[in-house]
Design a protein around this ligand. Structure first.
Ligand code: ADP
Ligand code: ADP
Ligand code: MG
Length: 673
């Protein structure tokens, strides 16, 4: 076995690999970019080597520099994690040439599966069933369009070099094909420097079921399946093992097909063969990922194996710790990916500092894989995943119930997250009942989104009560500091402690202004006049800093985090009953808040730092609401920005190819006439 390894990655996967290495007594070397100087993976490793600026292509993707770091530190092997260099055959070869072991499959196997088109050709020969489609070399738009007609709409255009759901376009009809093809090619070129595409029949309501395979020098086996059907933007959000309703015969057939696929390319190490399955259970090969998968922990949970340990053993020339007939499925495991993103804004990634972070605690049923701590920053440079939470329980319903509770207790302030959506998913009766396919989130969008945020009245009441407690506490501080703590002149903060006193707290919720009137009742307690009605309330700060509240007949505990936003406004983020919501305090003394929103109306700003890759309008153009203005590439994805209302373009501030900062004014409108 190795005595020292280097991890050519960052974030949660680097931390996860280090954990196993530590358990096995193997020393670890981390690498880091300027953006990761204080990152968790750097702190966890025994040594760390700086490799360059934040951008991945100047740091985590620089194979030579990483191999040099391994040589300098005496690391005998490199674990690539996933993403970055993990499926880069050239890097695997360079490792071998430098006398460093690449912890992964042989370069030829990576190359064989690196192109989805080539992979499909190999699988065709190995008699593994394929999704009907075209995966030929002729890339002329006419040929691709004709093939699409032959396959029958809807079709899916996919980047052959694709990954992470990028470079894919669903096309509903022939009329839309040319545009979609151009978009897919552009995205593929930007993300993978390769615009080769394939076209497939687009299955409606399919399930994504994948098989974990493993091979050493002598044999190849499978560690059962994972169901990863709950997706957004063709990217996984929830994964589970085993797949619900999988009968043993189909499990065996899929497992053996996956092993055949791996054997066809002389596989070694950990790999995943992804299938797409019809509602009736027919399955087709989709792609093979020649690396450890993000969702490998659910397989570890149900099999009791440590797949990183298996990788290390096999890479060191050893034999897999178990044989096929020694593997069993124990219970059910569910993983959720907690992303810094905004489900309400089409899952737009969210960046910022994690000023408050409360993740579930690990325990016999709960595992948390993360690469960040409170105070760390989610930057635009890398994947916006904050953590993976994995639950293992005796059956699916128990695991989902437990997960829903954990997501309800998760608190993140500083970036928007999908925690509310994850909770809504894990407690959705249809999902719990076994309705599982890749369209689930879209189809149940309304009920899921409704379950994510507290009802209006609750939200405004909680925020207002939090504001009152602040006043009270501030008043206490001021009073205590003065000569006469009980002097009424010390109550100078707006909250009058008089029997008949009343006060008003105003909030902004998007475009809406809401005033809450607070009255102090003679017998104690408060009465809140909310937009929908009146609620009696009481509030008290608990020892742990949270707020114990009574609203009407309900009592509960809420966390409220107050924070100055980048634009100078004050935001209150509320967490209560597993739901969260952000409201902006309207401070009557602060006029800049009004100005800021007024000027917003005349321009479209960059929601994220990124690069302009397409401009659809120019000065003088008349545009209508919803019309695409430009395409911004940020966090490896394309974001189309549209006109917020009917308007005339006054100026376009940037050109294609230019890098823009978050909040930059991109397109300015003529003042509405
Ligand atoms: P999986 O099927 O395991 O989700 P994906 O193909 O989606 O695999 O990618 C694996 C993970 O690696 C994803 O979270 C993706 O965002 C991330 N990833 C892929 N490429 C990169 C990269 N170049 N830099 C950082 N993260 C990446
Ligand atoms: P990536 O490399 O980005 O992971 P995949 O080929 O694995 O690309 O596809 C990603 C996802 O897109 C799948 O999990 C599935 O939800 C969806 N998808 C892929 N192919 C099809 C298809 N032919 N029909 C319907 N959905 C598909
Ligand atoms: Mg895939």
């Amino acid at each position: 076995m190795f005595s020292k390894i280097l991890i050519a990655n960052r974030g949660e996967i680097a931390c996860r690999v280090i954990k196993t290495a530590q358990r096995l007594g193997i020393k670890t070397v981390a690498v880091y970019s300027d953006a990761d100087l204080g990152a968790r993976h750097v702190a966890m490793a025994d040594e760390a080597v700086h490799i360059g600026p934040p951008a991945a292509r100047e740091s985590y993707l620089l194979g030579d520099r990483i191999i040099e770091a391994a040589r300098r530190t005496g690391a005998q092997a490199i674990h690539p994690g996933y993403g970055f260099l993990s499926e880069n055959a050239g890097f695997a070869e360079a490792c071998a040439a430098a006398g460093v072991v690449f912890i992964g499959p042989p370069p030829a196997a990576i190359r064989a599966m690196g192109s989805k088109s080539e992979a499909k050709k190999i699988m065709e020969k190995a008699r593994v069933p394929l999704v009907p489609g075209y995966h030929g070399d002729d890339q002329s738009p006419d040929v691709l369009a004709k093939e699409a007609v032959r396959i029958g709409f809807p079709v899916l255009i996919k980047a052959s070099a694709g990954g992470g759901g990028k470079g894919m376009r669903v096309v509903e009809s022939a009329a839309r094909f040319a545009d979609a093809l151009a978009g897919a090619k552009r995205e593929a070129k930007a993300a993978f420097a390769d615009d080769h595409v394939l076209v497939e029949k687009y299955l409606t309501r399919p399930r994504h079921i994948e098989i974990q395979v493993f091979a050493d020098a002598a044999s190849c086996l499978y560690l059962f399946e994972r169901d990863c059907s709950i997706q957004r933007r063709h990217q996984k959000v929830i994964e589970e093992a085993p797949a619900p309703d999988m009968d043993p015969a189909r499990r065996k057939a899929m497992g053996e097909a996956a092993v055949a696929a791996a054997q066809a390319i002389g596989y070694r190490g950990a790999g995943t063969v992804e299938f797409i399955a019809d509602q009736d259970g027919t399955f087709f090969f989709m792609e093979m990922n020649t690396r450890l998968q993000v969702e490998h922990p659910v397989t570890e949970a149900i099999t009791g194996q440590d797949l990183v340990e298996w990788q290390l053993v096999v890479a060191a020339g050893g034999v897999m710790p178990r044989r096929q007939d020694e593997l069993r499925i124990d219970g059910h495991a569910v993983e959720v990916r907690l992303y810094a993103e905004d489900p309400a804004r089409n899952f737009l990634p969210s960046t910022g500092t994690l000023v408050h972070l409360k993740l579930p605690e690990e325990g016999p049923h709960v595992r948390v894989d993360t690469g960040v701590r409170q105070g760390d920053t989610v930057t635009p440079y890398y994947d916006p995943m904050i953590a993976k939470v994995i639950v293992h329980d005796r059956d699916r319903v128990s695991a989902l119930r437990r997960m829903a509770v954990l997501m309800g207790e998760t608190e993140v302030v500083g970036v928007t997250t999908n925690a509310g959506l994850l909770k809504a998913l894990c407690s959705h009766p249809a999902f719990v009942g076994g309705e599982i396919d890749t369209g689930f989130i879209e189809r149940h969008r309304e009920t899921l989104f409704a379950a994510m945020t507290p009802a209006d009245d609750h939200a405004f009441a909680i925020a207002t009560l939090a504001r009152l407690v602040e006043w009270q506490e501030a008043a206490g501080d001021v009073a205590r500091a003065s000569d006469d703590p009980w002097s009424p002149w010390n109550a100078q903060n707006g909250f009058r402690l008089l029997d008949e006193g009343h006060d008003e707290v105003r909030w902004k919720d998007g475009e809406r202004d809401v005033a809450v009137v607070v009255r102090r009742l003679r017998g104690g307690g408060l009465r809140l006049e909310l937009p929908v009605g009146t609620l009696d309330a009481a509030v008290q700060r608990a020892d742990d800093g949270r707020l114990a509240m009574r609203l009407g007949d309900e009592t509960f505990v809420a966390t409220v985090v107050r924070r100055a936003a980048n634009d100078g406004g004050i935001d209150y983020t509320l967490f209560a009953d597993g739901r969260s919501r952000r409201l902006r305090l309207v401070d009557p003394l602060d006029v800049t808040q009004y100005e800021a929103t007024a000027s917003d109306e005349t321009a479209v700003r960059a929601p994220l730092p990124g690069k302009i890759i397409d401009l659809r309008v120019k000065a003088g153009d008349a545009v209508s609401k919803g019309q695409p203005l430009l395409v911004l590439e940020a966090m490896k994805m394309e974001h189309t920005l549209v006109a917020p209302f009917d308007a005339t373009i006054k100026s376009v501030r940037y050109a294609v190819g230019e890098q823009v900062a978050e909040g930059a004014e991109l397109v300015e409108f003529e003042a509405a006439g």
